[in-house]
Ligand binder design. Sequence first.
Ligand SMILES: Nc1ncnc2c1ncn2[C@@H]1O[C@H](COP(=O)(O)OP(=O)(O)OP(=O)(O)O)[C@@H](O)[C@H]1O
Length: 235
Amino acid sequence: MNSRIEVTGLAAGYNGSSVVRGVAFSLDAGQILAVLGPNGAGKSTTLLALAGLIDRTEGSVQIDGTELASSHPRRAAKRGIVLVPDDRSLFTTLTVTENLRLAATRRSKVDEALDLFPRLKDRLQVPAGVLSGGEQQMLAIGRALVQDPKVLLIDELSMGLAPVIVESLLPVLRTVADAGVAVVLVEQHVSLALATADRALVLAHGEEVLAGSAADLLADPGRIEAAYLGTTLAV
Ligand SMILES: Nc1ncnc2c1ncn2[C@@H]1O[C@H](COP(=O)(O)OP(=O)(O)OP(=O)(O)O)[C@@H](O)[C@H]1O
């Protein structure tokens, strides 16, 4: 089935107050959405709300037309929403194989994930904590993929990684999308994210300030810059 996530009027935050408001997008399997914006714009908060890890104070999240309960991470995971958090949350003392097997819905999923990251095949018995940053990110994404996501949420794939490593990881997201996953990528590295994504959403102060085709925005960096600076331009 061709999965779809539809988000309307999403507001979410902490301790009863909303730090993001009115976030809306829809995304089909096979598509990549880049969520951009300056520090503190609410990008991570949006992903946490989609994954059910924090309260949604308003709005709706639907997967394949069926509403997803707010603040219910297990239900979100069961419906196929899987988050790669910015801290990667690996079991650092467990090996690569153990990290993957613990998360896998089926044993065959582990082999599929390793095929996407052949470098990890040489590290199977190495504890996650001694992997390089790039290898740890491969493992974090691999651990999400073995859960058979319909919607893959990735928070700051580039965190702590050299641009050359990021450039080698991003094409894997296209392969993942092509295999039938909707990918939402929160990223500070604007040009690399736009070069990878189909569409982009820019948040500032918790609200959408710009949205459009990634190719159009890549070709017109002034619009992104203005959005980061808080100047609203017509899309
Ligand atoms: N656990 C929390 N409790 C209270 N406020 C929080 C919490 N986490 C984040 N915030 C606040 O929510 C706002 C949005 O933060 P968020 O981390 O979503 O932004 P971001 O766009 O992901 O930024 P960055 O790129 O710096 O990670 C910020 O003002 C931040 O201080």
